[in-house]
Every structure is written in C-alpha cells, then in structure tokens.
Design a protein around this ligand. Sequence first.
Ligand SMILES: C[S@@+](CC[C@H](N)C(=O)[O-])C[C@H]1O[C@@H](n2cnc3c(N)ncnc32)[C@H](O)[C@@H]1O
Length: 409
Amino acid sequence: MDIPGLPARRAALNLLDAVLRRGETMEQAASGALSRVRGDADRGLAKAIASEALRWRVDLDALIDSATRQRLPEDAKPRAVLEIMLAQALRLETPPHAAIATGLPLLTGGPRRLAHGVFSTLMKQGATLPPVPTLPDKVRERWGQRADAIAAGVALPPPLDLSLRDPAATTEWTERLGGISLAPGHVRLPRGTPVEALDGFREGAWWVQDLAATLPARLLGPGEGRRVLDLCAAPGGKTLQLAAAGWEVTALDISKRRMERLADNLERTGLYARVVIADALNWVPEAPFDAVLLDAPCTATGTCRRHPDVLHRIGERQIEEMTQLQARLLARACDWLSAGGSLVYAVCSLERAEGEEQARKVPLAPNPIRADELPLGLSPENGSLRTDPGQLGEQGGLDGFFIARWSHS
Ligand SMILES: C[S@@+](CC[C@H](N)C(=O)[O-])C[C@H]1O[C@@H](n2cnc3c(N)ncnc32)[C@H](O)[C@@H]1O
C-alpha cells in the first residue's frame, strides 16, 4: 500500500524528469506521469508541485547547494526530490513533516539520508525564497533588459482570462462573474477559479484565452462577412474570436487531435468556421483571402507563467527550429492575400528571433499597430507589439507575444 499522497509526489518527480531530461512539455508528459494518480485533486497537486519546482528551480537549487558539502550533480535524483519537497514547503504551504513523509520514500539508502539531512537543515535555518524567481542565466541573457520585469511576472501563476462571444455584453458579464475587464470582450477572474462551474460555460458565452492571445484577432477588426484564413488555428481561441467578429473563417491546422478541441469549442459556442486539417506547407487555397492570421508554432516562452517548463527546456536549438518553420509559413501566408488584404503574424514567444527578426523579412507593406487599438497600458513599438508577463503587473499581467501586421498592396 502506498503512503497517502505518495503517488502525487512520484508523479511530480516523473514530470520534472520528463521536462528536464527528455525536454518534454508538461502537457506531453502529463498522461504518462499522472497515469497512476487517482482523483483530480491529486493530479492537480502533482502538476502544481512540478510547476512550482520549475518556476523556482534556480533558487531551490541555490538553497540545496548551500546545505551540501559536495555539490549534487544537476541530474541527481536526490536533487530533484529535494526540489519537490522544498517547492511544497516554501511555495505550497505543505507542512515540512508532510513533505518529508511523502518525499523521502522516493529515495533509498544514502540518498534518502542525504535528502533528509539537507531538508531538515534548511527548515531549521528558516530557509525562504526571494520575492521574485531567479531566471536561468541563458534565459536572462536572451530576455536582456526586460528579464527582471518578466521574472517578477513569473512569480505567480496567472489569473483566469475569458473572451466573450458577445463583446457588447462586457459590462454585464464582468458584473455577473465578479471580475474586471481590461478590453471589450475581456473578463479577468482570480487564478484558480474553476472554469466549468462558472456561469455561461455550458451555453458557450465565453472561452478561456489570455488577454495577450486575444490581440492578434482584434487587430483584424470586424469581419463584415469577409474571408479570413486562420492559419495554425487549433485549439481555436482566435478562430472563435474571428467568427464572433463577423469573419467567414477557414481554420487550418496540421493536428487532428487539436482540431477536435477546436470543433468542440465551435460547438459549445455555437460559432461557425470551415475546418481544414492539413499541413500549411503543402496546402493550397482555392482563392486568396481578405485576411490571414498566422499564429505560428513557436517556443511558447511567453507562456512561462503557466508553463514554467519553458524556462528549462527551451534553448538555441529549439528557437532555431521554430524560426525556420515560421519563416516558411510566413512566406506561404504572404502569397494567399487578395489585393488590399491584411496579414497578422503572432507568436507567444519572448524570443526576438521568432518575433522582431522574423517580421523584418516579410516582403509586404507594414500596417503599423496603433496604441488606440490596444488595451490601456500597452503600446506598440516601431509599429509592432511586444507584450510580456512584466507588463500590466498591477492588473495581473499578461502572456508574452510578438504581433505585427502588414497589408497587401
Ligand atoms: C500557437 S498554436 C495555435 C494556437 C491557436 N491559434 C489558438 O489561438 O488557439 C500553433 C499551431 O500550429 C500548428 N502547426 C504546426 N505546424 C503546422 C503546419 N505545418 N501546418 C499547419 N499547422 C501547423 C500546431 O498544430 C498548433 O496547433
């Protein structure tokens, strides 16, 4: 018989291992790592422990190193178990005796004694974490001047953002759900709000979508029956926005599984889009479009608040791979616009190679983004928009995106 709570900690350890050693996303690792954990509460706990261990890993490791005579190797199991135990005690308010009772059984022999000694020493010393997580050195270098502000935004998981099917009803829904609104069609609720229990979920009055992720579709304006291609569409947040804004939408994505989620989202909200499952690198449209929204596959480092695994598994190799794919997708998207048509390119990445540098290569006329098109507190730079988790901090922040817009002459 397992000790109560042990399967959740074992799963957290497996999640860490999948991210740090195999470079998987938490989402990819979840089905395997959580298969032996019963109940939503324990599965949620396993994910929360792994997320907090990843979010604070640099600081947790500094504590561990301060309490060991000989530095533990990066990939040593006792280090990972200690990260999990400390993340619980210092971030999730788990009593130290419970962290010990559910952590140490993950080790045996000498490593177990070592972990016990290190954890007890740190607890006796009253170890704490800094107010803002320290970013890994390479991440700090890449994010340059914005690194400190972004780190401050990474300290907490984000609030819950909803996009409304009917932006005209923003005040009504904001009051009904008890949230705040930072833009028409947007309602923000405290993090941890259970989504499916909220008013309006069943009737499809809204869907979950970070405020920053709503900006690319907003920048295409009202559709008035015009044709838009939502290229790389699944699971469909932007497709829903475009359909709700009166566009005739063709939603294309390569992933059948993710497109099933898009179809579910369309059904729940009662919105319509033509759905195409295809590789955008081979697919050819029958006719040009009035607009193309390319929300390109990317390293997703802009989602580091909810997916702190990106802080540890994304490096130059992954950025280069994505940059090449984005360039090929952009080149195709440029060819599919009718005269006067608009192209919006977006990535939820904080990497300049995927954003600013990619946009520089687009051979169309820039259609600069204006401040009056954006929520208060955000402003474009050189006609494009860069958001990051360090912005709008007092209102709960937002994901990191790069967005640019062009017109076909
Ligand atoms: C950033 S996500 C899109 C998110 C989506 N726009 C939304 O708002 O919900 C990128 C998508 O690109 C898709 N993708 C990657 N390579 C592709 C390709 N060659 N052709 C079409 N879709 C591709 C992935 O399956 C993934 O769903």
